[in-house]
Design a protein around this ligand. Structure first.
Ligand SMILES: [Zn+2]
Length: 309
């Protein structure tokens, strides 16, 4: 008799535990784990093609790699081509953005978000200490490949667990093509993208650039903070919640980047960028200056942000 009572008691406990665990699953969206090491491998792979200068063979091979990566995940991706007439050479250059879309046709999903990073690397190293190298192409491990590496790992997570929102991952060409002081030849991929009838398509955009530095500190960027405060607050509040101390909750630099192009069509946009990078626009912007831990810090914050929407 005592044993039967005890067994009944155990069953009661098990039933209660089962109900409780169901409740917590319904109440919370499980946030998948961002793998910084895997993201770092995506950074190295991009760098292995050589500098991804717009119009180059290296850029074309890297693009093929992106497309086969998205194919392997079963994600539809597309390319968007445009011609830029170079002021510098006087020649037309074909530039190509790559976009991968999650849940593009699901009628139940009404909200879409844009995550963007540039994959091109700079065709000159004007701040190199060695004057002979200042016209050399750069690896762009941090300035370019790091942001894309984070987006690629996010793609893995979005496939493993549906975030229940629409997301476009946009890999931009021609962000870093211009000469200093001449903004006409910067942000060329973003400038082309906003011409493609996207007004009103997204709730907000987040641009990720130069976040691979192994000595990472990310301040609020002035234009994002001033003109898109809601999304900027959301990013830094999420970082604080996670205890990601590489995100510093104060404004430091005012930076021209792809987010400003998105703002011109009224799209709330913030850039996540660490602009204190001593190898910026030098031939030393290599993979060994970047770390998996830095990619993971940024990846964790963006993952938490997107699954919390
Ligand atoms: Zn740059």
């Amino acid at each position: 008799m005592r044993n039967i009572k005890f067994i009944n008691f155990i069953w009661l406990i098990l039933a209660w535990l089962f109900i409780f665990s169901c409740d917590t699953k319904i109440g919370q969206t499980k946030v998948p784990v961002f793998d910084g090491q895997r993201a770092y491998e995506y950074l190295e792979k991009q760098v292995s093609f050589g500098p991804r200068v717009p119009g180059s063979e290296n850029a074309a091979r890297c693009r093929e790699y992106f497309i086969s990566f998205f194919d392997s995940l079963g994600i539809s991706s597309d390319t968007m081509q445009f011609i830029h007439n170079s002021k510098q050479s006087g020649k037309p250059i074909t530039m190509i953005n790559v976009i991968a879309s999650f849940d593009p046709d699901d009628k139940n999903i009404s909200k879409r978000y844009l995550l963007a990073a540039h994959y091109d690397s700079r065709p000159r190293a004007e701040y190199d200490a060695n004057p002979d190298k200042r016209e050399d192409w750069i690896d762009g491990a941090n300035d370019g490949a790091s942001g894309v590496a984070v987006l690629m790992e996010l793609a893995n997570l979005f496939v493993s667990q549906n975030p229940q929102i629409g997301i476009d991952l946009l890999l931009l060409d021609g962000e870093d093509f211009g000469r200093p002081g001449d903004l006409d030849e910067y942000f060329l991929g973003a400038k082309d993208y906003i011409k493609r009838d996207i007004k009103g398509k997204y709730e907000f955009a987040v641009v990720i650039d130069m976040i691979g530095d192994s000595d990472l500190k990310i301040y609020r960027e002035e234009h994002s903070n001033k003109y898109s405060p809601e999304i900027t607050d959301l990013i830094w509040n999420t970082a604080a919640k996670l205890g990601e101390t590489v995100f510093v909750d104060s404004v430091k630099h005012a930076i021209y980047d792809d987010h400003l192009s998105f703002m011109t069509i009224g799209l709330q946009s913030a850039v996540i960028i660490d602009f204190d990078y001593k190898y910026w626009h030098t031939t030393h912007d290599n993979a060994d200056k970047c770390s998996a831990a830095s990619l993971e810090s940024v990846g964790r914050v963006v993952t938490e942000l997107m699954y919390g929407l």
